[in-house]
Design a protein. Structure first.
Lengths: 115, 114
């Protein structure tokens, strides 16, 4: 049972335009969400996170939106740059001192930004 | 700081052989994790260690064992490799022992079992 789903395996956008990557989750106990970026032959690198007490978090060109009622989050990249071409994973976990911080990952979305 | 390091980078095994994947972090993190990444599956947790001296199973622990050797090092052992264990393995660490918070990943070990 896939608790975190990224239903779009790939996305192609033009340089300078907005990239929107989507992620859905089924477990209502998740309360902390992260996005990772992965280049080929490298490990994932942390991009941005959001706690369930917020519905938006921004960091430069990257913004994550959380819709708890829909169990949906999205990552917006504005403007998109060719260097953003990578695989993006969303991940979910349970916060709080009684939880071990295990991450559940989605399948990933490959973003291609065309010059 | 080197961050999270993994050895080896590549390995080819024959079915039934054993090997140990090594992971070390120099960030004084408490928690360490082993994941595998397969095409179309994302990353799946194999084992984790919330603190030195403790280890627990993740989503896909069968066929693997782990050792938290000290605070820095967390190894993953395949006792009798099977073709289904062909994958890319990532080690990660996190500063806290519980709750949310970002994990830092190593560069991965690409394992092929023939």
């Amino acid at each position: 049972d896939q608790q975190v789903k990224q239903n779009s395996p790939s996305l192609s956008v033009q340089e300078g335009r907005i990239s929107i990557l989507n992620c859905d989750y089924t477990n209502s106990m998740f309360d902390y969400f992260l996005w990772y970026k992965k280049y080929p032959a490298e490990g994932p690198t942390f991009l941005i996170s959001i706690s369930s007490i917020k519905d938006k978090n921004e960091d430069g060109r990257f913004t994550v939106f959380l819709n708890k009622s829909a169990k949906h989050l999205s990552l917006h990249i504005v403007p998109s740059q060719p260097g953003d071409s990578a695989v993006y994973f969303c991940a979910a976990s349970r916060d709080g001192s009684s939880n071990t911080g295990k991450l559940i990952f989605g399948q990933g979305t490959t973003l291609q930004v065309k010059p | 700081n080197a961050g999270v390091t993994q050895t080896p980078k590549f390995q080819v095994l024959k079915t039934g052989q054993s090997m140990t994947l090594q992971c070390a972090q120099d960030m004084n993190h408490n928690s360490m994790y082993w994941y595998r990444q397969d095409p179309g599956m994302g990353l799946r947790l194999i084992y984790y260690s919330a603190s030195e001296g403790t280890t627990d199973k993740g989503e896909v622990p069968n066929g693997y064992n782990v050792s938290r050797l000290n605070k820095r090092e967390f190894s993953l052992r395949l006792e009798s490799a099977a073709p289904s264990q062909t994958s890319v393995y990532f080690c990660a660490s996190k500063v806290g022992t519980s709750g949310g918070g970002k994990q830092f990943f190593g560069p991965g070990t690409r394992l092929t079992v023939l």
